[in-house]
Design a protein around this ligand. Structure first.
Ligand code: F0G
Length: 353
């Protein structure tokens, strides 16, 4: 009887829903805010991880999707479409079939993680691999939703942002106030927009005494906001944020400037190193893109740019199981093969030394 009810029911009075809205939910939200011991030690701060990979389809996209699909159903849509680097499509597919709608997804050919493709397939989405990147997929999805009877559920759909802002509410509800700094990866820039909206709303209503600085990090090969111009051929191993022309660019810049924060970039090497640290020392397995924020925090701390004693929340956006190739590829050695023999096994495990 005390189960979390999903974010629409938990935050109903702060979301654009009414009694006429059919709530399509997989009980998303209510994700763990895990104290990060090693990151806290390294920075001298009190660092938390908001583990969004714990959502039903394994990423923060479920927060926006419960809203987008519920509203699409309210409006009578029978089919939905999205462009995606993989997580939005996995989420859209799951929520659409739950609502009895047909999901269509457009993904960049050959550039989405296998786990995410598997999700779209198993949920029964109609999948097109587009000969282009994410930005091309989004252009195509917008065009299709303009011309044909299919509802667009990308984060250019404003109710997506409304759903995603609830993550900021949860953090303030849990900590008793907003943190000093909130850090997250930036791709299409919907999530940084959503968190900033959530923090602003709580502060305006007196539910927090302050707002955090927003720190966003892009991948170096796909950093249009940092570089100040669209990137025509974005490249990064962090495929979820391989985006050259973010739809919410202006909102991200506003979040940065209004909060006194920053948007910077991290290299693929820094991303992988943070990815391994999170898994091997914090016990939290995220997908590479999700580690971009943590990589940014570590880089800023090493440069002496993080004052100790602050409270910092890093959103880790997606589950590591979505893209396990990077875990396996980076393994120092393949697991040994042993006979069913305790002494042999103990020897290989180094227990005899
Ligand atoms: N982290 C993950 C795991 C993502 O999947 C995304 C975006 C981001 C970070 C960046 O968030 O776009 O709001 O700035 N994924 C989208 C998708 C583009 O299609 O799944 P953003």
């Amino acid at each position: 009887t005390h189960q979390w009810r999903g974010l629409i029911e938990e935050y109903r009075d702060r979301l654009p829903v009414s009694d006429a809205t059919p709530v399509v939910t997989l009980l998303e939200g209510g994700t763990p805010l895990v104290p990060a011991q090693v990151l806290s030690e390294r920075t001298g701060c009190e660092v938390y991880l908001k583990v969004e990979g714990a959502n039903p389809t394994g990423s923060f996209k479920d927060r926006g999707m419960t809203m987008a699909i519920s509203k699409a159903k309210e409006e009578g849509a029978q089919a939905v479409i999205c462009a995606s680097t993989g997580n939005t499509s996995a989420s859209a597919a799951a929520y659409a079939v739950r609502a009895g709608m047909v999901p269509a997804v457009l993904v960049p050919q050959g550039k989405i993680a296998l786990g995410k493709m598997g999700q779209a397939i198993v949920h029964g989405a109609r999948i097109l691999q587009v000969e282009g990147n994410f930005d091309d997929c989004l252009t195509l999805a917008r065009d299709l939703s303009d011309k044909y009877p299919v509802a667009l559920v990308n984060s250019v759909n404003p109710v997506r942002i409304e759903g995603q802002k609830t993550a900021a509410f949860e953090i303030v509800d849990m900590l008793g106030d907003a943190p000093d700094i909130h850090i997250l990866p930036v791709g299409n820039a919907g999530n940084i927009t959503a968190y900033w909206r959530g923090y602003r709303e709580y502060a305006a209503d007196g539910l927090s005494t302050r707002k955090p600085q927003m720190w966003g990090f892009q991948a170096a090969g796909a950093a249009p906001i940092v570089d100040g111009a669209p990137v025509l051929k974005p490249e990064t191993l962090a495929t979820a944020i391989r985006i050259g022309n973010p739809a919410s660019w202006d909102f991200a810049v506003a979040a940065r400037d209004e909060s006194g924060g920053l948007i910077d970039k991290v290299t693929d090497r820094q991303i992988l190193s943070a990815y391994r640290l999170l898994a091997s020392q914090e016990g939290v397995f995220v997908e590479p893109s999700s580690a971009a924020g943590v990589a940014g925090l570590l880089a800023k701390a090493e440069a002496g740019l993080v004052d100790p004693g602050q409270r910092i929340v890093c959103t880790v956006t997606g589950n590591g199981l979505k893209d396990p190739d990077w875990a396996v590829a980076g393994a120092p050695q393949r697991p040994d093969i042993v006979p069913v023999d305790a002494e042999a096994a103990a020897h290989r495990l180094g227990l005899l030394d």
